[in-house]
Design a protein around this ligand. Structure first.
Ligand code: SAH
Ligand code: SF4
Length: 377
C-alpha cells in the first residue's frame, strides 16, 4: 500500500523512512521539499538520490484533498473548496490583512456538536479529516497563493497565521490534529510560531488538557453565553462540560500556552445573548481567567432562526467589557459575498449522523420550519 506522506509529522516521517531502511536525514529532506517548497513530485526533489526517488514513486504519494473551487471575494478573501471523497467537501478561507495573512482551516467534514447558530453544525457530521487532509489545506493554499512558505530565508510569508476555525471541532479530532499542528510549527515545514497558530474549541475540556500537554498553541474558546442555562441551548456540549469546568480548564491551559490569555469568541445574537446584563455576567464569569474577547457579528444562513445584533448594541456590549478591563475587539465580517464568513462554511457533507433528517421529521430546527440544509456550493 502506498503511504500518503502528508499524513506524517517529522517523527512519523522519520519512522516511515526507517521502515523503508532509509536514514532520518532523508526524511528531513523530503519534509522540506514537501512543506517548505510545496513540492508534490518526487522526481523534482533533485538533491535526493535517483534510486530513492524511484523507490518513493512506487511506495508513496503526496496527496492533499483535490481543489473543487477557488473563489475570490471583493475584499480579497479567498475561499477554497476541497474534495474529501464520497461526496464530502470542506472549506478553507484565506483572509489577507495589512500586517498578516490568516488561513482558516477545517478539521472535520461537518460537525457533531450541533451549535444552534452554526451552519456547519446544522448539516450534521460525516467524519474526521485525516492529518493529510488538514495540513493539505495549508499545502494547497500556499501553492495557490503563489508562494511557498519561507520559514528559513526570512522572506515575507503570505500565510502568517493559521486558525482552526473552519468546519468542525478540532479537539474532537485530536489524534489527526496534533501531527498537523506539529507540521505548522516545524522549522523544516511551515515554521509558524505557536502564537500564530490558534485552535478554536467549543469547550471539550479533557481535550484542552491533552492539547496543553501535547502541543500547546494559542487557544480560542467559543463562549457565546454567560450562563449554563443559555449555553446549554446554544452550545450543547456545555451540558457535558459546564461553564465552571470550562473556566477552570482555561486557567490550566494558560500554564502551558504560548500566550498569556485565552481568546473568548462570542457571537452576537440579537435579543438572545447581547444585553447589558449578559455583558456584566460575562465580566463576573471570566474574573479569574486572563482573556480577551472577540465579538463576532452573527453571520446569517438560510433558516438559521437568528438575527445579527444591531451595530449599536455590539458597541455598547463591547464598551461594558472594555470598561470592565477586558481587551475586546469586534470581528470585521469578511468574504460575505462568497459565503466565507464565520459560521457560513457549509462545504458539502453527507450527514452520517442523520441530523438533517431528524430535524426535518421532528421540526426540531430552531426556525421550526427547517427541513434540510441549503448547500453553499
Ligand atoms: N468548532 C470550533 C471551531 C469552528 S467555528 C468552535 O466552535 O470553536 C469558529 C467560530 O465561528 C466559533 O466561535 C463559532 O462559534 C463561530 N460561529 C459559528 N457559526 C457562526 C455564525 N453563523 N456567525 C458567526 N460566528 C459563528
Ligand atoms: Fe461545531 Fe464549532 Fe459549529 Fe459548534 S460552532 S457546530 S463546535 S463547528
Amino acid at each position: 500500500m502506498t503511504a500518503n506522506l502528508l499524513d506524517f509529522d517529522a517523527d512519523g516521517l522519520t519512522a516511515w523512512f526507517a521502515q523503508q531502511g532509509e536514514k532520518s536525514f532523508r526524511a528531513r529532506q523530503v519534509l522540506r521539499w514537501m512543506h517548505q517548497r510545496g513540492e508534490g513530485d518526487f522526481n523534482a526533489m533533485t538533491d535526493i538520490a535517483k534510486s530513492l526517488r524511484e523507490k518513493l514513486l512506487l511506495t508513496a504519494t503526496v496527496s492533499p484533498a483535490p481543489t473543487i473551487s477557488d473563489k475570490l471575494s471583493d475584499d480579497g478573501t479567498r475561499k477554497f473548496l476541497f474534495d474529501v471523497g464520497n461526496g464530502n467537501a470542506v472549506e478553507t478561507v484565506f483572509i489577507p490583512e495589512d500586517d498578516r495573512g490568516t488561513l482558516c482551516i477545517s478539521s472535520q467534514a461537518g460537525c457533531a456538536l450541533e451549535c444552534a447558530f452554526c451552519s456547519t453544525g446544522r448539516q450534521g457530521f460525516n467524519r474526521n479529516l485525516s492529518t493529510a487532509e488538514i495540513i493539505g489545506q495549508l499545502w494547497q493554499a500556499n501553492r495557490a497563493l503563489g508562494h511557498a512558505p519561507a520559514s528559513n530565508d526570512g522572506g515575507e510569508r503570505i500565510i502568517s497565521n493559521v486558525v482552526l476555525m473552519g468546519m468542525g471541532e478540532p479537539l474532537a479530532n485530536f489524534d489527526n490534529l496534533v501531527p498537523a499542528l506539529r507540521l505548522m510549527l516545524d522549522d523544516n515545514a511551515y515554521g509558524l510560531s505557536r502564537r500564530r497558530v490558534t485552535v478554536s474549541t467549543s469547550g471539550i475540556v479533557p481535550a484542552m488538557d491533552r492539547l496543553a500537554a501535547a502541543c500547546p498553541v494559542a487557544l480560542a474558546v467559543s463562549l457565546h453565553a454567560a450562563t449554563d442555562g443559555l449555553r446549554d441551548k446554544l452550545v450543547p456540549i456545555n451540558r457535558k462540560y459546564p461553564l465552571a469546568d470550562l473556566m477552570a480548564a482555561c486557567q490550566r491551559y494558560l500554564v502551558h500556552a504560548p500566550r498569556d490569555f485565552v481568546t473568548f469568541e462570542y457571537v452576537m445574537l440579537d435579543g438572545v445573548n447581547d444585553s447589558d446584563a449578559d455583558a456584566r455576567a460575562l465580566l463576573h464569569l471570566v474574573r479569574d481567567v486572563p482573556c480577551k474577547f472577540n465579538l463576532i457579528p452573527f453571520n446569517p444562513f438560510p433558516a438559521s432562526g437568528f438575527k445579527r445584533s444591531p451595530a449599536e448594541r455590539v458597541r455598547r456590549f463591547a464598551s461594558i467589557l472594555i470598561n470592565g478591563g477586558i481587551v475586546t475587539t469586534t470581528r470585521k465580517t469578511r468574504g460575505v459575498d462568497i459565503d466565507a464568513a464565520c459560521g457560513q462554511l457549509a462545504g458539502k457533507v453527507l450527514d452520517r449522523s442523520r441530523r438533517t433528517l431528524r430535524s426535518a421529521e421532528t421540526g426540531a430546527g430552531l426556525a421550526g420550519t427547517f427541513a434540510g440544509v441549503e448547500l453553499h456550493l
